[in-house]
Design a protein around this ligand. Structure first.
Ligand SMILES: [Zn+2]
Length: 417
């Protein structure tokens, strides 16, 4: 079983929304009401810092005395700090002392495991990246996770100015049962039935939360782009990397499905006579629109001279320099992305589709092709208005999501009832 995030958790299932449900809050007990108010204030400070107590009261709708009591508590346990002490106002009155999060209150670890490369990152409570290490992902899961555990222990010792380490968020490329804390299976990584949470918690003695990489990325999009997506309730994230995976936000929350493994749209066949996929089917969307497909297409276009294998990173540099084979390979992938995304828009009716991955570096090239494909086949003309955007995070949205798995438990308003 997963442990709760320390210090600020109640063990209550939390929604991703930062908005309180006031009806539920009224029905909650005193302790829960206190926690909800505290999270509302923390969330406001996190979004708008530095901010005065008077402004917090205005935005939260709580009275000044309540704000003053809660902020005093939060100052005492060092979650927040006073900013800009010593300033005076022109009329000589008592200056408002703005508040901000105490960046050193919590250190957060994020581990983004991909087929080839794993990134381990440490961020502070204010989302600032403190350390970033890269490792070649190994086929032996247990040995590899033990190594990651040791690296986390080293980072904790090195950055001992943090008051507390809140936990470790892990993003994994395949089927993940986040409730049981297990990585089940993947077509890009030969790991099977790995109790990731149990292994990492044992190695580090920190709480561990895991999820699938596309769901992590979708979570990062809705959490960190809240100003842009303030009115968005339904979002589809399409992660393009070695494989193809999707994260779906429905009615404001991540959709997980009955077995907690939803989002594997990459393995919907789009050509029954197509090549065999590692999942056992033929002609999966993944085989036409993943980075692996793009690279294979490029090497084929290059013929004999393209035998030396390249990486997606290098391919995008070639596109940037106007290389015809690289450009054509990416154009073709964009068409297949458009075909698959159109089917998903028809099925899910999202307000926004976000695409992430190395290929989005050529956004100017792929965006019009994807939009053209969707307009060709959308069933509902009103869906022409769906916004198709690239991820807000140029580098590794899933890493940002892994860190967000921990951050959301520190800042989100508990869902009561
Ligand atoms: Zn497949």
């Amino acid at each position: 079983m997963m442990k709760a995030i320390p210090s600020m958790s109640t063990g209550v299932r939390q929604s991703y929304s930062r908005k309180p449900n006031l009806i539920h809050v009224r029905a909650a007990g005193h302790d829960m009401l206190r926690l909800v108010n505290r999270r509302i204030l923390l969330s406001i400070i996190s979004d708008r810092q530095p901010i005065s107590r008077a402004d917090i009261a205005k935005i939260s709708g709580l009275n000044k005395a309540t704000v003053s009591t809660i902020t005093s508590e939060m100052l005492k346990d060092r979650c927040i700090i006073e900013d800009g002490l010593g300033r005076t106002t022109p009329i000589g009155g008592k200056p408002p002392t703005p508040l901000r999060l105490n960046a050193l209150r919590f250190g957060l670890f994020g581990v983004d495991i991909r087929a080839e490369e794993t990134i381990l990152a440490l961020s502070d409570f204010n989302n600032r990246l403190i350390a970033r290490l890269s490792f070649e992902t190994a086929n032996d899961a247990r040995t590899f996770l033990s190594k990651i555990g040791k690296e986390i222990t080293k980072l904790r010792a090195k950055h001992n100015d943090f008051i507390e380490f809140a936990g470790i968020g892990v993003s994994l490329p395949g089927l993940v049962d986040s409730h049981r804390g297990e990585f089940l299976i993947s077509v890009v990584l030969p790991w099977r039935d790995v109790p990731v949470v149990q292994l990492l918690e044992k190695a580090t003695r920190l709480p561990v939360v895991i999820d699938n990489s596309a769901r992590c990325a979708a979570l990062a999009e809705i959490w960190h782009s809240k100003a842009q997506y303030a009115n968005v309730r339904n979002l589809l994230y399409v992660g393009v990397s070695t494989g193809l995976a999707c994260g779906v936000v429905i009615d404001g929350g991540l959709y997980r499905g009955g077995n907690n493994t939803a989002g594997q749209f990459g393995h919907i066949p789009i050509d029954l006579d197509g090549p065999e996929c590692r999942c056992g089917q033929r002609g999966c969307w993944d085989l036409y629109a993943s980075d692996k497909a793009t690279l294979a297409r490029y090497h084929k276009l290059r013929g004999a001279s393209g035998k030396r294998k390249t990486t997606m990173r290098k391919l995008m540099e070639l596109v940037d320099s106007g290389d015809p084979a690289a450009t054509e390979a990416v154009r073709e992938t964009a068409r297949y992305l458009g075909i698959g995304i159109t089917g998903l828009i028809n099925g899910l009716d999202p307000e926004v589709v976000v695409i992430g991955g190395e290929i989005t570096k050529a956004w100017g090239l792929i965006e019009p092709i994807i939009i053209e494909e969707t307009k060709r086949s959308l069933l509902d003309p009103r869906a022409y208005g769906v916004a198709i955007r690239r991820s807000a995070f140029e580098v590794r949205p899933s890493l940002k999501g892994a860190l967000t798995l921990i951050q959301k438990d520190l800042l989100s308003v508990p869902h009561v009832g």
